[in-house]
Design a protein around this ligand. Structure first.
Ligand code: FES
Length: 157
């Protein structure tokens, strides 16, 4: 069966598109809806969104590949996104990523064998004042230390 939005998500799609003066301007929020519905944005999802938005799959693919919060591959239940932009970098983001990598036994861009965790590095998440920080799914974890990260990961297992 072809990939398509559930009736509820299709209603949200229509509401989203109607909030913008031009349909094409709603592409990013529609992609976020699609990711929530389908889990990730593989080729079939990209082509479906392209049809809905009356845009070429290449253009939709270009937008998907630009934004780190959009995933083209399946991800773990807990998507750990460590900010690597300058303020977080100056406060130890790289070392923190290495710590998480070592703790979970995966490299950046990989998912644990049990499918629970995916580790990514992302650009500024607009919480620079509480660097270093990470986002896991929709939640922010700030002013991180190894101890805090250990606690957070343990609470998610
Ligand atoms: S630099 Fe990390 S949140 Fe802005």
């Amino acid at each position: 069966m072809a990939l398509e939005f559930s009736p509820e998500t299709y209603k949200k799609f229509e509401e989203t598109v109607n909030r913008y003066p031009k349909k094409e301007a709603a592409l990013l929020p529609v992609l976020c809806l699609a990711q929530k519905e389908f889990g990730h944005l593989g080729q079939e999802a990209i082509e479906y969104v392209a049809r809905l938005m009356e845009q070429s799959p290449a253009r939709v693919c270009g937008v998907v590949s630009f934004y780190t919060m959009l995933n083209t591959k399946p991800i773990g239940w807990h998507h750990i996104q460590v900010c690597r932009t300058l303020p977080c970098a100056l406060r130890g983001a790289e070392r923190l990523t290495s710590f998480i990598s070592k703790t979970l036994g995966i490299e950046v861009g990989q998912t644990t064998a049990d499918g629970r965790f995916t580790l990514s590095e992302v650009e500024c998440l607009a919480s620079c004042g509480t660097a270093p920080m990470m986002q896991i799914n929709d939640d922010y974890y700030e002013n991180l230390t190894d101890e805090k990260v250990t606690e957070v990961l343990a609470s998610l297992k």
